[in-house]
Design a protein around this ligand. Structure first.
Ligand SMILES: [Zn+2]
Length: 383
């Protein structure tokens, strides 16, 4: 085992071409190893000494001049992968720039994940959806009858559009797709604990028909156990189809779930998504400052759960660190989160986002300080 680790660690320091050749060799070894590894892949949780992967999300410039500088800076902050957002605006207007962004990232020794940022209004991300504007009839409907600005996960038209998005993403040369926080519409009232019983989705025609076929009665207006099950199954079926399609195109799939197993905001059980065959990397984003939780406990609890589920289903566990919206004086918590994750044996750590979230309204109070703390923490866990 240690031999493979050393090989991979060495390869990742070398050029990307060499690294890819190395992973191909390791992958072929993995084919003969399942018997001794309990069926887990060589990149899975059963490899405690595998290469430590550290990354950050990026949604800054599309200008190649600035991109090159920023990717260099990301590599200098001890990252070996970058998550580029690939929104619908990128899909329609910036594919050439995105190809260049991927190539530049590779040049800097970074593996590349692409994120369907806000696509269809069903993934995390501060981007608007043209699909929603053009296809109101393919969008989710709330139980009270109101139209929602999110595509319906059960609609064939949306699944077909997502496959085109996958094609375009794969065409950029990216290594992995990052499926972020999949969900049905989340009413704002949920966060205040003030959700009305008829404030949930989706009750569109297609969903009502699927529900009736599955459960044998008309979809109710008030959420019940069958609705929770129906929503879970819809999300799982959507991702099984998307990740299977992407895998067939030769890229990996990373899936990130919302940090709470709450049927009102996401899926009722992470396990259902961890079990999806096309998912290679499985993780969550316990942003302790956003949710007002203590860093150590909140991050550790989530990390333990992700590690256990990933081990059970042969996935590589990944954890996200909050590196935006960090108040002044709390920057060291970013490093603390990285250490807790590494301490739980998770070797794939990502942070949202580059330079402490500097361009966002939700920027950290001292973005440069957050970036510096993150880079040092990454150096620590990589060494
Ligand atoms: Zn629907």
């Amino acid at each position: 085992m240690i031999k493979f680790t050393d090989t991979a660690a060495l390869l990742i320091k070398n050029s990307r071409r060499q690294f890819m050749a190395g992973t191909a060799r390791i992958a072929s070894l993995a084919m003969v190893l399942p018997a001794v590894m309990g069926g887990r892949t060589i990149f899975g949780a059963a490899m405690p000494d595998s290469v430590v992967k550290t990354g950050v999300s990026y949604f800054g410039s599309r200008d190649p001049r600035h991109l090159r500088q920023d990717m260099k800076d990301i590599a200098a902050h001890h990252c070996n992968f970058v998550v580029h957002t690939f929104s619908e605006a990128d899909y329609y207007f910036y594919t050439k720039a995105m190809k260049e962004a991927v190539a530049v990232s590779h040049d800097m020794g970074l593996d590349v994940y692409l994120d369907p940022w806000g696509v269809g209004g069903v993934f995390g991300g501060e981007a608007f959806s043209r699909f929603v504007m053009e296809n109101p009839e393919q969008c989710q409907r709330q139980a009270d009858g109101s139209a929602l600005p999110c595509a319906c996960l059960n609609r064939e038209a949306f699944r077909a559009f997502m496959k085109k998005w996958v094609d375009a993403a794969v065409d950029t040369g990216a290594d992995c797709l990052f499926w972020d926080e999949p969900h049905f519409y989340i009413p704002r009232a949920v966060w205040r604990g003030a959700q009305r019983p008829d404030e949930w989705a989706c009750t569109c025609e297609a969903c009502r028909e699927l529900f009736k076929r599955r459960f044998g009665y008309t979809m109710p207006k008030i959420m019940n156990g069958d609705i929770v099950l129906f929503r879970d199954e819809s999300i799982v079926s959507f991702f099984a189809e998307m990740t299977g399609y992407a895998k067939g195109k030769g890229v990996k799939n990373a899936l990130c779930v919302l940090p709470d197993e709450n049927p009102l905001i996401g899926i009722s059980s992470w396990e259902k998504l961890a079990a999806v065959p096309g998912v290679d990397i499985f993780g969550t984003d316990p942003y302790w400052i956003v949710f007002g939780k203590p860093v150590e406990d909140y991050v550790r609890t989530a990390a333990k759960k992700i590690a256990a589920l990933s081990a059970r289903y042969g996935k590589e566990p990944q954890m996200w660190v909050q590196a935006y919206g960090v108040p002044a004086g709390r920057e060291k918590e970013v490093a603390q989160a990285v250490r807790v994750i590494a301490d739980e044996g998770i070797r794939n750590i990502a942070a949202w986002s580059y330079r402490g979230g500097a361009p966002m309204n939700l920027a950290s109070a001292n973005p440069e300080r957050v970036w510096e703390v993150l880079g040092k923490a990454y150096r620590e866990v990589r060494s």
